[in-house]
Ligand binder design. Structure first.
Ligand code: GDP
Length: 300
């Protein structure tokens, strides 16, 4: 079994090869900088953020008198690290009892898988975890969570034909009673274009505040990293409706180009933390986000 960093690096190799491919040891001229900008845009960094990165690099080239493409490559890695560093944050599981995480995203983003991985991660940190099966649309989603919970001795609060807000309310209430450390509330997958479902998210959120003041403490969007710039659009929509507090980006071991993390880091004035990245389908394939490692994997 290869290590997660190798899988991340391999997953991002599509952009990396593009980025590396242009660092040929030749001179740093306008043509080179244009090509670099083009490659950043092709790696899902986005037009605006790519322009900002290029401008930062040009400043560095002047300031430090960088001459070779190798030097620019190192500078690029540093700029990427610095831009992603603002998204590095360890989740706070100490302030609230329980800490309530509400999980949202489009279908197939990896929400259920990530909830499973997270529950294991928190359990490894000796935290007690309760799951709320708030995807009441699909019976299969509830069953998937329950099977998973059984296997890992983590309790799942569910209701047959329940209302998502009431499942969340129940779970938080019992979490409070039992002194559970973390309550994770699953929600049904929804698309930004499904206005009613999007509005339902804010209702599910509001009802949690009735079970416990200040809940949910985290509103997490799970994003499929292979969705590129579309992930950015999703993040904006979910943030508008539900007020996001953090992100989990999945499938970075796959065909993701990875640059979208730079676009996401640049999306809001107050940057959204990227708490974890998904680097595989197995239970342990979740890693706390680390800007330096990611920059290394991306630039090579
Ligand atoms: P949901 O609809 O958002 O709950 O999505 P699921 O959790 O059911 O995941 C959809 C698919 O993506 C499943 O086949 C998962 O195994 C897969 N998946 C989730 N996270 C990752 C990841 O980090 N890497 C890879 N390669 N696959 C993932």
């Amino acid at each position: 079994k290869t290590g997660w960093f190798a899988r991340l690096k391999n997953g991002l190799s599509k952009s990396r090869i593009n980025l590396i491919g242009i660092f040929s040891g030749g001179v740093v001229d306008d043509e080179f900088m244009e090509e670099l900008e083009f490659q950043l845009i092709s790696s899902d960094v986005g037009v605006e953020t790519s322009a900002k990165i290029i401008s930062q690099l040009k400043d560095q080239i002047k300031l430090k008198g960088l001459k070779t493409q190798d030097e620019v490559k190192t500078a690029l890695r540093d700029v990427i690290e610095e831009r992603l560093k603002i998204c590095e944050k360890a989740p706070d599981l100490e302030t609230h009892h329980p800490t309530v995480w509400m999980m949202c995203g489009v279908n197939g983003a990896g929400k259920t898988t990530s909830i499973g991985k997270l529950a294991k991660f928190f359990a490894n940190e000796r935290k007690t975890v309760l799951l709320a099966a708030g995807d009441t649309f699909r019976a299969a989603a509830r069953e998937q969570l329950e099977i998973w919970g059984d296997r890992n001795q983590i309790e799942v609060i569910a209701q047959e034909k329940g209302d998502p807000a009431s499942v969340a309310f129940d779970a938080i209430t019992s979490g409070k009673r039992r002194g559970t450390d973390v309550v994770m509330v699953d929600t049904a997958g929804r698309l930004p274009t499904q206005t009613n479902l999007m509005n339902e998210l804010s209702r599910i959120k509001r009802v949690q505040g009735k079970a416990m003041e200040g809940a949910p403490h985290e509103v997490i969007l799970v994003l499929d990293g292979t969705n590129g710039q579309n992930a950015l659009m999703q993040a904006k929509s979910f943030d508008d409706v539900a007020g996001l507090t953090g992100l989990i980006i999945t499938k970075l071991d796959g065909t993701a180009k990875g640059g979208v993390l730079l676009a996401l880091a640049d999306m809001r004035k107050e940057p959204l933390p990227i708490y974890f990245i998904g680097v595989g389908e197995k239970i342990d394939d979740l890693q706390p986000f680390n800007a330096r490692q990611f920059a290394n994997a991306l630039v090579g």
